[in-house]
Design a protein around this ligand. Structure first.
Ligand SMILES: [Ca+2]
Ligand SMILES: [Ca+2]
Length: 173
């Protein structure tokens, strides 16, 4: 009888200790889905690939909407410095589902809404999209770049990055 009681006690303690060991994770269904807005492709050294509205071969970043719904960019910031998450507030322009948009990185906002206030360093640097409250939407830290070769995700929105034949405003190849 005493043995049985001891056994039950040990069992209860084992279950208790085991349940204490488990890290407390929020239930899966409760986790917010990350917004599928991506830095999809960029060119930090553009000599002949594509010119902006003023005929200038400036740096560019292609964003991609991987969602099934339209995303308005006006609630997000684009930056080349993770310490300045709100460097450039994006304009009130929408990206259709599974489509792209080009942002010129030419430090010349007088040329249009999609002209950021920074350029890209071909030697390598950071690029990030942040929300109004500073949450990470997407980031990349890249190394040295090649002229007229872009660097992008393949396929669109994927984890994998590679140097590629440029496809501004189109699906990555
Ligand atoms: Ca320009
Ligand atoms: Ca592309």
């Amino acid at each position: 009888m005493r043995f049985k009681i001891q056994l039950v006690f040990v069992l209860i303690m084992t279950i208790f200790i085991h349940s204490c060991d488990k890290p407390t994770e929020p239930p899966k269904y409760n986790q917010p889905q990350k917004l599928k807005l991506y830095i999809n492709e960029f060119m930090a050294s553009n000599k002949t690939t594509i010119a902006d509205e003023k005929g200038q071969y400036d740096d560019w970043v292609e964003l991609y909407n991987g969602e099934d719904t339209t995303i308005n960019l006006n609630q997000f910031y684009l930056t080349d410095d993770f310490l300045k998450k709100n460097k450039w507030r994006m304009p009130s322009i929408s990206i259709q589902p599974k489509r792209w948009i080009l942002v010129w990185c030419d430090e010349d906002s007088s040329q249009g809404l999609l002209h950021a206030n920074f350029k890209l360093s071909a030697a390598g640097e950071q690029l990030g999209i942040f929300s109004e409250d500073g949450k990470v939407i997407d980031t990349i830290t890249y190394g040295p770049q090649k002229t007229d070769t872009s660097y992008g995700r393949f396929p669109d929105g994927a984890e994998f990055w590679k140097f590629m034949i440029p496809t501004p405003n189109n699906t990555n190849k």
